[in-house]
Design a binder for this molecule. Structure first.
Ligand code: ADP
Ligand code: ASP
Ligand code: MG
Length: 419
């Protein structure tokens, strides 16, 4: 959003579903926003639907048909945020302040036309700037936008985070208020020993977000990293300073592992006896790509008698579609039995310190093996190691790795890399 020649500082504050979950919480948001305004700032609020509302709307849609048109789904889903912005604006007015609610198409938040996972292309901030010039707090609906044809679009689950960052490209601060007081070494609701981080690099946050830590939507981190927007994650219920997501600096590399992520949203597909010939993998993954199915981990066993077994993971919601594609193809390529498993989890360790520290993966595998947890698939990047395991061991794996890498809140010192 352009600055419009303002002199006051501009703060974008985003409040998630739990933070606007009932009227008293909305009044709390109103108080916080007014305090920020009184401190001399122009304030843009971005709010989500009340907690549970997006799921409720999705259920209504699915009660009619599981295959509803994505355009109409977006029309329904966008209403959750419409209710929230209206109510929060009313709460601010009732507290004696001035506020104007602004919907995605009024802003206007222009997106592409990929319904249910649209990408923001541009935000015209004129309306927000005009509101702020008149002393109003602009209350913007998160998660929703409009495409060039005037259709309502939504940005994918957790999309209000991305609305906030996109609105904050030229802001002085972008604060994401949620139900935990910052980014933790792992989900504090899974591992009670999780420790809050004061700072985390964009790259690490990007890995954690893409590996299932839903505290920030991955696209919001991509945006923040690309445009170098410092991002604060804070609690809407406490005054804790929270976590700053920012550029990496040398001290961050002291920590070998800074976070552990758990993703239960993937499923495994295995195909036995796949002919070991050039072009077969291209056919299989090409066919999946044609159906817009995103494949994550891939493992191919060494061939025996010209045939090998192939295992890969896809999102649980794509499992039925992917199985159908593979079944059809197996007749053409002459492969064997197909099996699927939904009871899997992907546990990942993340840290920029891994770049110049060896043996981290081996330490992860040893920790899992000490707990007698079998690893089904592995993938790595420069700053991440992920293992697919049985979902029943997911929490045990997170807790053991958390302890092994010195991340527990009770640990005296975090694991330092060897000098
Ligand atoms: P909001 O509705 O405010 O957008 P979300 O539910 O989307 O909130 O995200 C906050 C949740 O993210 C927390 O309640 C927590 O369970 C989960 N979470 C997962 N991983 C982490 C992590 N590493 N640090 C903090 N929270 C995490
Ligand atoms: N209401 C949407 C969701 O539940 C967007 C958001 O909360 O960020 O995913
Ligand atoms: Mg969220």
């Amino acid at each position: 959003m352009a600055s419009g020649g303002r002199k006051r500082k501009l703060i974008v504050q985003k409040y998630g579903g739990t933070s606007v979950g009932d009227i008293s919480r909305m009044q709390n948001v109103a108080r916080r926003a007014l305090a920020a305004q009184r401190a001399g700032n122009d304030v843009v609020l971005v709010v989500s639907a009340m907690s549970g509302e997006t799921n409720r709307l999705l259920k209504l849609i699915n009660d009619i048909t599981p295959g509803a048109s994505e355009r109409e789904q977006d029309v329904v889903l966008a209403t959750g945020e419409q209710v929230s912005v209206g109510l929060v604006a009313i709460a601010i007015q009732a507290a004696g302040g001035k506020a104007t609610s602004v919907l995605g198409h009024q802003c206007r938040i222009l997106t592409d036309s990929t319904h249910s996972k649209a990408r923001i292309q541009q935000i015209d901030g004129t309306r927000l700037i005009d509101a702020m010039k008149q002393g109003h707090i602009a209350v913007v609906a998160g998660f929703q936008g409009v495409d060039e044809h005037g259709n309502i679009t939504t940005l994918g689950r957790g999309g209000s985070d991305t609305t906030a960052v996109a609105a904050a490209l030229e802001a002085d601060a972008c604060e994401i208020y949620t139900d935990v007081d910052g980014v933790y070494t792992t989900d504090p609701n899974v591992a009670p020993a999780a420790r809050k981080l004061d700072r985390i690099s964009y790259e690490e946050m990007l890995e954690l977000a893409s590996l299932g830590a839903k505290v920030l939507q991955i696209r919001s981190v991509e945006f923040a990293m690309k445009y170098r927007v410092p991002l604060w994650v804070k609690s809407s219920f406490t005054d804790d300073p929270g976590t700053l997501v920012c550029e990496e600096d040398a001290s961050m590399e002291d920590l070998v592992v800074s976070g552990i992520a758990l993703d239960r949203n993937e499923a495994r597909i295995s195909i036995r006896n796949v002919p070991d010939q050039p072009g077969i993998a291209a056919q299989i993954f090409g066919a999946l790509d044609e159906k817009a199915i995103v494949v994550d981990l891939i493992v191919q066993n060494p061939p025996i008698d010209g045939k090998s077994d192939l295992t890969f993971t896809v999102g649980k919601t794509d499992l039925a579609k992917a199985t159908e594609v593979v079944k059809k193809l197996s007749k053409t390529i002459g492969s064997g039995e197909i099996s699927t498993d939904q009871d899997i989890a992907k546990v990942s360790i993340v840290g920029v310190g891994m770049r110049n520290h060896s043996g981290v993966a081996a330490r992860m595998f040893r920790t899992l093996s000490d707990e007698r947890i079998n690893i089904m698939a592995i993938s790595t990047s420069e700053i991440r190691v992920s293992c697919v395991i049985s979902s029943k061991y997911a929490e045990l794996a997170v807790r053991s790795l958390h302890t092994e890498f010195g991340l527990d809140a009770t640990a005296k010192k975090p694991a330092r890399k060897a000098k």
